[in-house]
Design a protein around this ligand. Structure first.
Ligand code: NAD
Length: 346
C-alpha cells in the first residue's frame, strides 16, 4: 500500500527533528515546506492526502474548498487551538484533527517564566551584567507572595499555572465560562477578576466571545500597575488598548507570548530587516513589555508528543477509520455530534 502523503506547512528544523524520530514516521511520506499555508500557497498541497499545519497557517473557507477540490482528506493540526480553521466550513468536506494536549506544563511554566522575568527585571539585568554593568538602579521588583493572580480559563494549562502560583504563595482567583466542579478554585466573575487581580494570566481559547476581552473598558477597571500575561492567543487582547493602558501607567507590565498580528512575523528571523508592524515595534520598545514569539509550547517533551499524536491522528484516520482527536463545529457549537471523538464526525 502507498504511504500516506503529507504536506507539512510552516516546517521548522525542530519540527523535522521530532517528526523524523517519531514512532510512526515510516507510515507516511512527508514533504516539509517552510512556507505558511494560505490562499496564495494552497497549491503546494497538490497530490497530498493530508495537510499538516500549525497555529499561523490560514485555513479559511477558500483554502478549505481548494484543498477539498484537490483531493486532500485531512487537516492535521500540530497544535491544540483551532481558531485558524473555519471548522464549520470544513464540516462534510475535510476532517480536522488536533493535538489536544502535548505539554500543558510547557505553556504554564513559560507563563511563570515571563512573569518572573518581567517583575524581577531579569531581561534588563542580563543585558547589564553582559556589559559588566553591575548597577542595581531601576531593577527593583516586587514579591509574588501574597499577591492576587487572576487566571482566565481553568483548563489543562490554567490549572497547572494555578498550582505553580500557589507554590509561590499567591492568592488565586479564576474566571471560566464553564467553571470546573471538581476543584477548590475560587471562581469569580470576569469583572471581579479584572478589578481584584494584581496579575492576570489568560488561558482560555480565542472565540468570538473572548476576542478582545482585554480592551479599554476592562483595563479601565483593573488595578493600577496590573501585570498582564498572555500565552494563549493574541486577539484576546486589543493591542492598541493595551499600549494606551501602558502609556497611561495603568498597566504595569505585559508579558506576551502571542500577538494579534503575529502570523506574518512570528517564527521568522527579521533581525536584518525593518519590521513594518509599528504596533509590534512600539510594544517591543517599551521597557515593561516582554515579547516571546509563540514559544511557550517549545520544549523537547512537547515536540515529541506533538509528533507522536499527529502521526497517530493521521494513521488512525487512514488505517483504522478512527478520529479520536477530531474537531468539528457540531461537537463544539451544537454539542451534539453523534459520531464524535472515536469515530469520524461525518
Ligand atoms: P483547555 O481547553 O484545556 O482549557 C480552556 C479553558 O478555557 C476551559 O476550561 C474553558 O471552559 C475555558 N473557556 C472557554 N471559553 C472561555 C471564555 N470565553 N472565557 C473564559 N474561559 C473560557 O485548553 P488548554 O490546553 O488549557 O489551552 C488554553 C489555551 O492556550 C488554548 O486555547 C491555546 O489558545 C493556548 N495555547 C498556547 C500555546 C503557546 O505556545 N503559546 C500552546 C498551547 C495552547
Amino acid at each position: 500500500m502507498d504511504k500516506i502523503k503529507v504536506t507539512f506547512f510552516s516546517a521548522k528544523d525542530y519540527d523535522k527533528e521530532s517528526f523524523e524520530k517519531a514512532e510512526l514516521r515510516d507510515m507516511v511520506d512527508i514533504t516539509y515546506l517552510e512556507t505558511r499555508l494560505s490562499p496564495d500557497t494552497y497549491k503546494l498541497a497538490e497530490g497530498s492526502d493530508v495537510v499538516c499545519v500549525f497555529v499561523n497557517d490560514d485555513l479559511n473557507a477558500f483554502v478549505i474548498d481548494k484543498l477539498y477540490e484537490m483531493g486532500v482528506k485531512l487537516i492535521a493540526l500540530r497544535c491544540a487551538g483551532y481558531n485558524n480553521v473555519d471548522i464549520e466550513h470544513a464540516f462534510g468536506k475535510l476532517h480536522v484533527v488536533r493535538v489536544p494536549a502535548y505539554s500543558p506544563y510547557a505553556v504554564a511554566e513559560h507563563a511563570m517564566a515571563l512573569l518572573l522575568t518581567s517583575i524581577r527585571r531579569i531581561h534588563k539585568a542580563y543585558i547589564r551584567t553582559k556589559d559588566f554593568n553591575f548597577s542595581l538602579n531601576g531593577l527593583t521588583g516586587f514579591d509574588l507572595h501574597g499577591k492576587t493572580v487572576g487566571v482566565v480559563g481553568t483548563g489543562k494549562i490554567g490549572r497547572i499555572f494555578i498550582n505553580i502560583c500557589r507554590g509561590f504563595g499567591m492568592h488565586v482567583i479564576a474566571y471560566d465560562k464553564f467553571p470546573a466542579k471538581d476543584t477548590d478554585i475560587e471562581y469569580v466573575s470576569q469583572e471581579e477578576l479584572f478589578k481584584r487581580s494584581d496579575i492576570i494570566s489568560l488561558h482560555c481559547p480565542l472565540t468570538e466571545e473572548s476576542k478582545h476581552m482585554i480592551c479599554k473598558e476592562s483595563i479601565d477597571i483593573m488595578k493600577k500597575g496590573v501585570v498582564i500575561i498572555n500565552t494563549s492567543r493574541g486577539a484576546l487582547i486589543d493591542t492598541e488598548a493595551l499600549i494606551e493602558g501602558i502609556k497611561a501607567r495603568k498597566v504595569g507590565a505585559a508579558c506576551l507570548d502571542v500577538y494579534e498580528e503575529e502570523s506574518d512575523v512570528f517564527f521568522h528571523d527579521f533581525s536584518g530587516h525593518i519590521v513594518n508592524d509599528d504596533t509590534l515595534a512600539r510594544l517591543i520598545s517599551m521597557p515593561n513589555v516582554i515579547v516571546t514569539s509563540h514559544q511557550a509550547f517549545l520544549t523537547a517533551e512537547a515536540l515529541a508528543n506533538i509528533a507522536d499524536t499527529t502521526l497517530s491522528n493521521i494513521t488512525g484516520f487512514f488505517e483504522n477509520d478512527v478520529c479520536p482527536n477530531e474537531v468539528c463545529y457540531k461537537c463544539e457549537k451544537v454539542g451534539s455530534c453523534p459520531q464524535a471523538h472515536a469515530k469520524k464526525c461525518f
